[in-house]
Write a protein that binds this ligand. Structure first.
Ligand SMILES: NC(=O)C1=CN([C@@H]2O[C@H](COP(=O)(O)OP(=O)(O)OC[C@H]3O[C@@H](n4cnc5c(N)ncnc54)[C@H](OP(=O)(O)O)[C@@H]3O)[C@@H](O)[C@H]2O)C=CC1
Ligand SMILES: CC(=O)[C@@H](O)[C@H](O)COP(=O)(O)O
Ligand SMILES: [Mn+2]
Length: 386
């Protein structure tokens, strides 16, 4: 029985992780969860999953109220609470499914605590890739990707050596606005942006898919996860999201992982690796629904944030932290209808140019760069927020 600590239990990945766990009760149990503000969902989880002993919520006062209601649980709050869950002794797998930069410190704590990492929180690698890699090596801890493309690549690599890889081919749906020109992006709505063609996900990542910031993050994530130089990572637009990514080998063989657009497979594989468990929904991929698959190289002109991510990845330093933080703030402003869709790109590009570059950042530098990039974007749009 593998015991799981799950950050972000109320979110899209969190909910699907719980679904996987509850369908494999002999394999997994959840001992700790965190949510942000969704207390209704938390109460539902506590009623349904008695094995949960430790609970973290975002707000300290909310925690105190819940402590009185559920005195048999251990309660935590805020970012310190997330780290406390990561540092618990009695568990096996740390599932990082909280959104944003706040996933980084708990990931580092869980690694230092010698727990197996199942990583959905790609921001940890975008902002702190070298720190995460160094910690994994130091503590000899495995990390399994949950992100669908990286799970696909991880699956394609099974049984193949690193030196046999020619390149990674990361597929991209193109996002909510893939059929619009850049001119047509001027005044698109939040509601339209939140309508992803193939996946049902949290708000931030859905907007990131539309700007292709998500794909840029995934390029950096792949660079760190698989130790592959940026020159050997391609992005291919594939509208159907049937092929979740591919690896081209030295002999030009290409291995692809195909499946329904359903995160329960990558989540389950990260939890059960190296085993493959039965998928309980019994809805295997239906080739009849995918008679034609489309492929097209991703245009760097159409998607400037994808271009920026390659540049940021190659320059390294604190630029990943700056890019992620600026994007987090800009997406929040867009979702709150304070800025327009294309202002997200402007915010991120200007923050990457404007916030001080540090070539070899410490963890403290990364934390400060994150804060500086957020201030930069807030200052940029001060007028819009009043
Ligand atoms: N959704 C997907 O299919 C995929 C997601 N990912 C990655 O997985 C991660 C999670 O994404 P997703 O599940 O879509 O996101 P969601 O927005 O659906 O969920 C985010 C989770 O983080 C919690 N959270 C938000 N703010 C805070 C806070 N201030 N303090 C503590 N917890 C907080 C939310 O809590 P609450 O709602 O209670 O406020 C929720 O549990 C991201 O890093 C994303 O990039 C990667 C691949 C696919
Ligand atoms: C499900 C998943 O892994 C997301 O990151 C997904 O990749 C988003 O789709 P696109 O970024 O390809 O639009
Ligand atoms: Mn992905």
């Amino acid at each position: 029985m593998k015991r799981i600590v799950l950050l972000g239990a109320s979110g899209s990945i969190g909910s699907q992780t719980i679904d996987v766990v509850l369908h494999h009760k002999d394999e997994f149990s959840i001992v700790a969860v965190s949510v942000g503000k969704n207390i209704e969902k938390l109460k539902m989880l506590l009623a349904k999953i008695p094995s949960i002993q430790h609970v973290c919520v975002a707000d300290e006062q909310v925690k105190e109220v819940l402590r009185l209601e559920y005195p048999d649980k251990q309660w935590y709050s805020g970012d310190e609470g997330l780290q406390a869950l990561a540092g618990l002794a009695e568990y096996d797998i740390f599932v990082d499914a909280v959104v944003g930069f706040r996933g980084l410190l708990p990931a580092l704590t869980a690694i230092a605590n010698h727990k197996v990492i199942a990583l959905a929180n790609k921001e940890s690698l975008v902002a702190g890739g070298p720190l995460v890699k160094a910690a994994l090596a130091k503590h000899q801890v495995p990390l399994y990707p949950i992100d669908s493309e990286h799970s696909a690549i991880f699956q394609c690599l099974q049984g193949n050596t690193h030196d046999s890889i020619d390149k990674l081919i990361i597929t991209a749906s193109g996002g909510s606005f893939r059929d619009l020109t850049r001119e047509q992006l001027q005044d698109v709505s939040v509601e339209a942006a939140l309508h992803h063609p193939n996946w049902n996900m949290g708000g931030r990542i859905t907007i990131d898919s539309a700007t292709m910031m998500n794909k840029g993050f995934e390029v950096i994530e792949a660079h760190y996860l698989f130790d592959i130089p940026y020159e050997k990572i391609d992005v291919l637009i594939h509208r159907e999201s049937a092929i979740h990514s591919m690896v081209q080998f030295q002999d030009h063989a290409i291995i692809a992982q195909i499946g329904t657009a359903d995160m329960r497979l990558p989540i389950q594989y990260a939890l059960s690796y190296p085993q493959r468990l039965k998928m309980y929904n019994d809805e295997p991929f239906d080739f009849g629904k995918f008679a034609t698959l489309h492929f097209e190289p991703a245009s760097m002109e159409r998607y400037p944030l994808l271009k920026l991510a390659f540049e940021v990845g190659k320059k390294g330093g604190n630029l990943g932290a700056i890019m992620n933080a600026a994007d987090e703030e800009a997406v929040r402003l867009f979702l709150n209808k304070k800025i327009a869709f294309l202002d997200i790109e402007t915010s991120v590009i200007k923050a990457v140019e404007g916030v001080r570059f540090i070539a070899e950042p410490t963890l403290q530098d990364i934390i400060e760069s994150d804060a500086a990039a957020r201030r930069f974007v807030k200052d940029m749009w001060k007028g819009a927020m009043e």
